[in-house]
Design a protein around this ligand. Sequence first.
Ligand code: NAI
Ligand code: MG
Length: 350
Amino acid sequence: MSRVVKLAVIAGDGIGPEVIAEAEKVLDAATAHSDVTFDKTRFSLGADRFLATGDVLTEDDLAGIAAHDAILLGAVGGTPNDPRLADANIERGLLLKLRFSLDHYVNLRPSKLYPTVPGPLKNPGEVDFVVVREGTEGSYVGNGGVLRQGTEHEIANELGVNTAHGVRRVVEYAFELAETRRKKLTLVHKTNVLVNAGKLWKRIFDETSEKHPDVAVDYMHIDAATMHMVDNPSRFDVIVTDNLFGDILTDLAGAITGGIGLAASGNLNPSGEFPSMFEPVHGSAPDIAGQQKADPTAAIGSVALLLDHLGLAAEAQRVTRAIEQDIAERTDEPRTTAQIGDAIAARLTA
Ligand code: NAI
Ligand code: MG
């Protein structure tokens, strides 16, 4: 029986359209002989759209996107400090709005260091871990305000929100993910200082642990975790953490595993109530946009996460294998964005 997946494609700004073209190429190659077809709808969103129309994300955009089964996103955002974008606030008005409205409570960021990829660590060992970052709560919910702005008595608050429900569902997801991997889960927080939120996270983590006796658990403060990620990253398998700590830790994870051109991510709504969104971790890279210099591997890796999320595990594995083979055979010879996409796609059709 054939299956149709409704896919919303947001190519976005800068290198977004360049890397998404390659991601789509690989998606098409991976599913060419399967009984799944992707019915794609393109949404024009981001800095260019804002400059053209003044809109960041309308209610119609949101409803249109929400009617899809999954979302593939390149990158959005213009040149930093462009005065015409001063009021656009694309990060909060578009990316965070999508994540909150579509209840993307798991932000999944796998980090793997490939032997041929030069990283900044001297003796990193085997690095292969996944950060499960909470995506809908914490300090990023916009629960704050400012008083007496511009004066010496200005007060600025940004209140972190942690709910038992929100913590439990992401912690449960992390335990289930750990079951499918090396069965090791580390909670990262700052329970010694952020005592209220910390107690909630630790209690729910411990309670959930009792239901998963085969998963070995560990706890680390965020500051210690950044140190261990550099000292001995091979100790990690799955890490679960809150929105803010996860944002910081995943940039570090990206840096130690060879950089931004390889880091893929998924913003998941595991309950399936809303479409999940898959995107490279990097931004629109205005400095190299339109020059075919961007590495599309992170966007293609996001396609593997997308396929896996849709239950197409065999196709996902084939894409991952093709990426790994391509990375293993990379030389210093520069390749265009399209050449990298072609090479990875060719491994799937061969
Ligand atoms: P960026 O990730 O776009 O670029 C940082 C550096 O990495 C640049 O030197 C860029 O050339 C390089 N780079 C990024 N992706 C690459 C790739 N695939 N291959 C090779 N090199 C790559 O971050 P930046 O410059 O801070 O932000 C640029 C714009 O992107 C801003 O408007 C920012 O708000 C936006 N942004 C959007 C994100 C998203 O859509 N999820 C995430 C991060 C930033
Ligand atoms: Mg970030």
